[in-house]
Ligand binder design. Structure first.
Ligand SMILES: [Zn+2]
Length: 298
């Protein structure tokens, strides 16, 4: 199969501005849809099927955010800030099909929000504000940092082995609120102790990944609100390895992909954790295992 980047030397030298937060989020979601379509066709071809017609992506130096001529330097003009995990399998620009100069990216294990990350976001908002229309927190399935935090929760006696340095503890501890909220949501929905739920460890990791992204999104939205700004709006989602889609609820076959607005409060966060737990628990065993068990193959 062919994926063709077709250069157009006569493309306009300026790109249309992204007007608002909704348009910025749409651009990210549509980019992820393009990425997933490319992956889907690659998978078809790998299996020996016809991958269909070539995928042609029109490009120009401007659309790629590259210098128009030697010695030129484009101004920094990202339309979104993305806080993601450091996991090497989740390259932010690639999965949103974005290019140079499109995204202001912070990647920290477990997509947790620390002082330096927050400082970077303050910088972006202060100096890149004109173009910046959205802030996104991106978690991902199979997250090792979330798994470590789940293990610290389930086996406190192993905590020192899991988080043996101050810096590691700061990550594991930050994710604990998501893990505890997820455990409570699962117990409430299932009506029994966590340890009595089938495959509870992998299920808790799967739920916590979603809730952890929501926790960081809530914290970021509160920062923006406290600064007296009405935008950019914070959204969040989870990159799902199984479907290569960014989604705000687990795969159910009912179109739950996309990004979701940050919870507005702790109450909203608890309601979201309940919704994620309910969705996972509603899946058939085989489907849930497919979504959750692969999480543990780290
Ligand atoms: Zn991760």
């Amino acid at each position: 199969m062919d994926v063709i980047y077709r250069y157009d030397p006569f493309a306009p030298l300026s790109l249309p501005k992204i007007p608002d937060s909704a348009a910025a989020i749409r651009r990210l979601v549509e980019g992820n849809e393009r990425f997933s379509e490319i992956v889907r066709r690659m998978q078809l071809r790998t299996l020996g099927d016809d991958a269909g017609t070539p995928i042609v992506i029109p490009v120009s130096p401007i659309s790629l955010g590259l210098p128009l001529y030697q010695g030129a330097m484009p101004s920094q003009a990202p339309f979104a800030v993305v806080l993601g995990c450091s996991d090497a399998r989740v390259p932010t620009e690639a999965i949103f099909d974005q290019s140079f100069n499109d995204l202001f990216v912070l990647r920290v294990a477990g997509n947790v929000l620390g002082a330096e990350g927050l400082g970077s976001i303050h910088y972006a908002m202060a100096h890149l504000g004109e173009n910046l229309k959205a802030v996104v927190v991106l978690g991902h399935s199979k997250c090792g940092a979330v798994t470590a935090s789940v293990d610290a929760y389930l086996s406190p006696e192993g905590y020192t082995d899991i988080a043996f340095t101050y810096a590691l503890r700061s990550i594991v501890n930050q994710i604990q609120i998501a893990v505890r909220s997820s455990a409570k949501a699962l117990e409430d929905r299932a009506g029994k102790p966590l340890s009595e739920i089938r495959e509870f460890r992998s299920l808790l990791v799967a739920v916590s990944v979603y809730v952890n992204a929501a926790v960081s999104a809530l914290a970021l939205q509160q920062e923006i609100d406290q600064a007296g700004r009405k935008d950019p709006k914070v959204h969040f989602g989870v990159y799902d390895f199984e479907t290569v889609r960014v989604r705000c609820l687990p795969e159910t076959g009912k179109g739950t992909s996309g990004l979701r607005a940050a919870p507005a409060s702790g109450t909203d966060l608890v309601a979201y954790a309940t919704e994620v737990a309910k969705t996972f628990l509603s899946l058939d065993d085989a489907v849930r295992d497919f979504n959750c068990m692969l999480t543990m193959q780290l």
